[in-house]
Design a protein around this ligand. Sequence first.
Ligand SMILES: Cc1ncc(COP(=O)(O)O)c(C=O)c1O
Length: 346
Amino acid sequence: MNKHGCYMGDNIKEIIDFSYNINICGIKDGLDKYLLSKISSITRYPEIDGLSAKNAICDFYGIDKKNCIMGNGAVELLYLFARVVNFKKVLIINPTFTEYERAFKILGTEIIWGNLKYEDNFELNICKFKELIYSDEIEGVIICNPNNPTGKYIDEENLVKMQTIANNKGIYFILDESFIEFAMDEVPKRKFKGEKWFILRSLTKYYAVPGLRVGYAIGSETIIKKLLKHKEPWSLNTFAIEAIPFLLENREFYKKGNNQIIKNREYLLSKLRKLTNWHCFDSETNFILCKINENADKVIEYLFKNKIVVRTCDDFKGLDQSFIRLAIKDLDSINILLQVLKNYYI
Ligand SMILES: Cc1ncc(COP(=O)(O)O)c(C=O)c1O
C-alpha cells in the first residue's frame, strides 16, 4: 500500500504539508455541532446501503438512482469494480493514481501501461488514445480526469469521443472524476453510450473530508446491479451518511475555497516558473506537477529541513525522483515555500 495520504504523526502541527491535495477551505462552521447532534445514532446500525446519502447525491448531481452506488470513498468502489469485472488485461493511462494498479494486480489482472510522455506534457489526445486501446486485447481502459498527479484535464468533447471509441471496441471505459469539481463548477450529468462505462467520484477532495470516507460511482444499470450484489454491507458509517446533505447544502463554501485555489495556483505557477531548473505543468485542479531538473533530492531534503513536505513522485509509473507534486495551499504557506526556495537558490 502506498505510504502517502498525509498522516505524519506527532509533528503534524510544525509542518507545512504540500503533499496532500484537499480543498483549502477547512471545516465548515457548524459541521462539528451538526455531527455531534447525531451521536445517539451510533448505537444503531447505519442504513445498510447508505440509501439516504445516495438520494441526496443523486438529487444534487442529477443522477438517476439506478445508475449510482455509494462507497467508503471512491477507492472502495474501485476495488469492488475490479473484483466484479475480473479482467484479464486492463489499460491504465499513466502516470496516474497508483491504486488502479494495485486494485487490479492483486486479482491477477495484467496491467498494460499507456505511457504518456514528458515531451508531450503528459497530454492524452484522441489519436494517442486510439493507438493505445488498439495496441492490445484489453477489456477496459482507466483514465483519471483531471489526472493525479499531472493535473491534466480532458475536455468534454474529447472525453465523449474517447468513450465512443472504447464502446465501439466493446471495452469498459473507466473514468475517475475524484477531482472534477476543482475543474468545473457544474459537474456534468453523465450518461455514456452502451453498458460498459463506470465513473468514480469522491467527496474527499472538494469537500475536504478524507477522514469521513465518502465516494460514489455512476455506471450503466447493468454494472451498478452487479456491484450492488457483491458489495459489503454498511460500508458508509453513520457520520458519513449524515454529513452528506450538510456538505451539499454548503457547496458555496467549498466553491469559495476552490476560487481561492485557482488564484493561488496561478500565482504559485508564475513564481515557480522563474526558477531556471524547474518545469511546472499547467493544471486544472488543486495541485501542480513540477520537474526539478537539477539535484531534486537536495531540494526536497532542504524543504523538509525547513519543515515543508512535498509529494515525491517516484512511485508513479512513468515519473522518477526529479518530479514533485505540490498541493495548492493558502497564500501564507505558498509564500513561505517561495521564500525557502529563494534561500536555497541564493
Ligand atoms: C485520483 C484519485 N481517485 C481517488 C482517490 C481516493 O478517493 P477517496 O478518498 O474517495 O477514496 C484519490 C486519493 O488520493 C485520488 O487521487
